[in-house]
Design a protein around this ligand. Sequence first.
Ligand code: TLP
Length: 336
Amino acid sequence: MKLVDLRSDTVTRPTPGMREAIARAEVGDDVFGDDPTVRALEERVAGLLGKEAALFVPSGTMANQVAIRLHTAPGDEVVMEAGAHPFNYEAGAAALVSGVQIRPVPGRRGVMDPADVAACFRPADPHFAPVTLVCAEDTANRGGGTVHPLATLDALAEVAREGGAATHLDGARLLNAAVASGIPAARRARAWDTVSLCLSKGLGAPVGSLLAGPAELIARGRRVRKALGGGMRQAGILAAAGLYALDHHVGRLADDHRRARRLAEGLAEAGYAVQAPETNMVYVAVPDAPRLQAEAGARGVRLVAVGPDRVRLVTHLDVDDAGIERAIAVLAELRR
Ligand code: TLP
C-alpha cells in the first residue's frame, strides 16, 4: 500500500537532484564563518527577503526564538495571533529563552485586525508589561495556510511601530504566500524588521531556516544562535539543499496549491465541512478528529488531528495527483 502522507509539508525527502547538490557542497566550519555554501545561502536569502543580512539556523522554531530574544527583554509582552506557532507549538520557548509573556490576539483565519493590535498598547504604567514586539505569520498555519492581504501586513507593522514595538514576520511559508499572491517575498516582508523563512517545509529541504533583518541585529543573532546550541559546523551540506530548493522548488509551490484546492473540492463533494484553502493546507471540521486520523492512517492516508474536531491535510513535493485522488477516495469511504 502506497502511503499518502498529508500530515505536513515537513515530511518530504530530498530528491535525487537535491542529494547530488548535498554531495557536491563545498564546506567549512561555519562557527568560524568558513563555510562558503552557508555564506552563499545567507546572502541569497537576505536578497530574496529584501534585508541586509540573514542567519542560517537549524529550525523555524530557532529562527523565531532568536528573533524574540533579539527584540525583547525579560518581562516584556509579545503580541501575536492566538493560533501563532510560537504560542502553540514552540514548547514554551519564548518564556524559557527570553522570559517574555505572549499576548494572544484572536484573528480571522490567523490574520489579526490591526485595530486589535493597536489596542494591546497601554499607557506606560508600572502595572503593565510593555509590548516590545509584534509578530505575524505569513502564511498563517493554524488559520488555514492563509495569505495576509498586503495592506494588512503593512498596517500591522505600522501599528507596532507607532506603539514603539519591533516587528517579526514568521515567514516559514512566506514563499507559498508569495507564489499564491504574486507579490514578491521581499515586498511582503518590507515593513517588518525581521523575517524568517523555512527551507524544510514546502521547499522540500531536509533541515534549515533563515532569519533575515538588519546587519547589526543579525550579527547579534549569531551569538544567540550559539547560546541556543544552533552553531553548526560543516553546515554547507544543509545549505546546499536549501540553495537547490530555491533554484528548483519555488515555482512548483503552485502545484501544491492546485492540489490542495482539488483535495478540498473532493472532500467537500464527499460531504466534509472544508475550509477553502488559500495555499497548501486543507483544514476540515469533523466530529471526531483523532478517530479519523486513526482510521485514515490505517488505510494509508496520513493526516493530523489539530484539535478534537479539526484535521489538517497538507500538500507538498512528495504528493502527486494520484495521491490526492487516493486521499479523497479513502476519506469519502470513511464518511459513508
Ligand atoms: N510547523 C509544523 C508544526 O510544528 C506544527 C507543521 O507541521 O506545520 N512557523 C510556522 C508557521 C510553522 O508552521 C512551523 C512548523 C515553524 C514555525 C517551526 O518550524 P520547525 O519545525 O522547523 O521548528
